[in-house]
Design a protein around this ligand. Structure first.
Ligand SMILES: [Mg+2]
Ligand SMILES: [Zn+2]
Length: 198
């Protein structure tokens, strides 16, 4: 009997919220409209919803970890209005070429490294083979691949720049987070009814 959880790992910027270069302030948070439907489907199918995000702006001195926490609180607030939530946010604040002492390291948690996915998988008792990631960059998909879960590229955020390479590597491309969730669940032979007019 399999008592492990399934998860959908989400990249944050360009997948869950609008891509803003080095988002530093909660008032610039804007949830991608398709994300609400995507999250409600994931909830319905009992997927843990876990954000895995590179935030090298900390290492580069554009914002602090405190501001990341505030941004995540704002995402939580907006999602809560729709009875939705994120199970946990994992972020990498590092970058080897950053200037902020302590953060300007060649870490082992920045995607495409799989460490944060593996850490989440331990903490939430996740079966990676029954889990997937949605990202807008090949580095997101590669991290998932290394962790042993499937991945789908979306065309939102930086997605358009990564389509060709993602396809060459054999990843599926979807228009947005909602289409990605529906595609993945249907590939698992789970029927997901699309709402008319969406
Ligand atoms: Mg992104
Ligand atoms: Zn890191």
């Amino acid at each position: 009997m399999n008592l492990k959880n399934k998860a959908c790992f989400l990249d944050r910027d360009g997948v869950l919220i609008d891509e803003v270069n080095y988002l530093a302030s909660p008032d610039k948070v804007s949830i991608i409209p398709h994300a609400l439907k995507a999250l409600s489907i994931l909830k319905e199918y009992n997927y843990k919803i876990i954000v895995i995000t590179n935030q090298s702006g900390v290492a580069k001195g554009y914002f602090t970890e405190k501001e990341i926490t505030e941004i995540h609180a704002e995402i939580d607030r907006l999602l809560a209005q729709n009875n939705l939530s994120i199970d946990k946010y994992y972020y990498c604040p590092h970058h080897p070429e950053g200037k902020v002492e302590g953060y300007n390291i060649n870490c082992d948690c920045r995607k495409p490294k799989p460490k944060l996915i593996l850490q989440a998988s331990d903490e939430f008792n996740i079966n990676l083979k029954q889990s997937f990631l949605i990202g807008d960059k090949v580095s997101d998909l590669s991290a998932a691949d290394k962790a042993g879960c499937q991945a789908v590229l979306v065309k939102t955020g930086h997605g358009m720049e990564h389509i060709e390479q993602a396809r060459q590597l054999g990843f599926k491309v979807a228009d947005n987070i909602e289409e990605a969730v529906i595609f993945y669940l249907q590939s698992k032979h789970l029927f997901v009814k699309k709402e008319a007019g969406r």
